[in-house]
Ligand binder design. Sequence first.
Ligand code: ARG
Length: 386
Amino acid sequence: MQELYIQAEAFLSSMKQFDGIHYDASHWENRLLEIKKEIAQSGTYTHSPQELEFGAKLAWRNSNRCIGRHFWRQLDVFDCRQIDDYSAITNALERHVSSAFNKGAIKSTVSIFAPRHTTQAKTPDTVTILNHQLIRYGGFKQKDGSIIGDPHSLRFTEACLKNGWKPNEQSDFTPLPWILKINGSYQPVYDVFHQKPELLNEVLIEHPENKAFKDLGLKWYTTPILSDMALVIGGIIYPCAPFNGWYMGTEIGARNLADEARYNTLPKIAQLFGYDQKTDRSLWRDRAIIELNRAVLYSFDRDAVKIGDHHALSRQFEKFCKNEVDAKRTITGDWTWLIPPISASQTPTFSQEFDPTVTQHTNFFYQKSELNPSKNATGKCPYHLA
Ligand code: ARG
């Protein structure tokens, strides 16, 4: 309990540092006394709406692996702490999907459900969402061992099928249903995008010059809404707090569609452009990956869906770092994630060093996943919930 108070204190001291002008001087002392009392009585404490909102923003600001943190104060925060019945939860998640998409002008958004109970350690969480992201494509293993769709989703897709999901197709881009638990019990699988197709917004990928590119049939969804991380604010754990920003093109063009262990489209693209695949030294992969990334940015722009490119986002991140240093605030970061997966040396972050300390009291953390044990931490990872 002492531990929780120390984290609350650290959080409030950050809040004072950033947002102090909105409160009079006595506020912080009084609030800390109140929190101390509440923890002594109940083993936990409750965030005010202002603390919840600022805390979510600060958790984003503290996320070492995120290059988009310049805009950390522009985050829509939905307070869903009181929502605990099935249809109200799915409504809240659906509202998140459509409000975050915002007709293409994507808004960074987080929906925060009930905190973890601290007193009785055995009490299950009020709301659990087992999906990795609210929108994601299924991965279907075929008899011959090949995979249709996203290999990253194999285990979760199997769990969906085992729990009674009847997909109306098994294609490369079949959106997954939602699996929720309320107070520890599984709810019926909800095929949300089958029932409400208007919630699913996707961008068909075409190339600015190569007209045959679109025949590859590639597409991606517009909004990456991570739903399997825990939000921690001042030591209070929110195990269900789906959040999103907008995409950086390379996430799709240099990873999701390009990785050999994902959609592995580079050989097809190289063939389309007539690159020599007999030797790596023709740099056919490098040339294909650049054309794919051009196609991704071009197609999102065509549909007026917000997307960042790695040059602009790196510059913006540099500005964020400079602002913070000028204001005498520390900034932490994970270089291996902050540099983009293509053309890293062409961005200012490449030659920069970052303090890798992971702020523990307020941040986003990976957490144990029932349906995807491979994601569970082995050993001590500072990005995992202890
Ligand atoms: N890399 C993940 C994906 O491709 C999304 C992670 C969050 N990305 C973001 N731009 N907020 O789906």
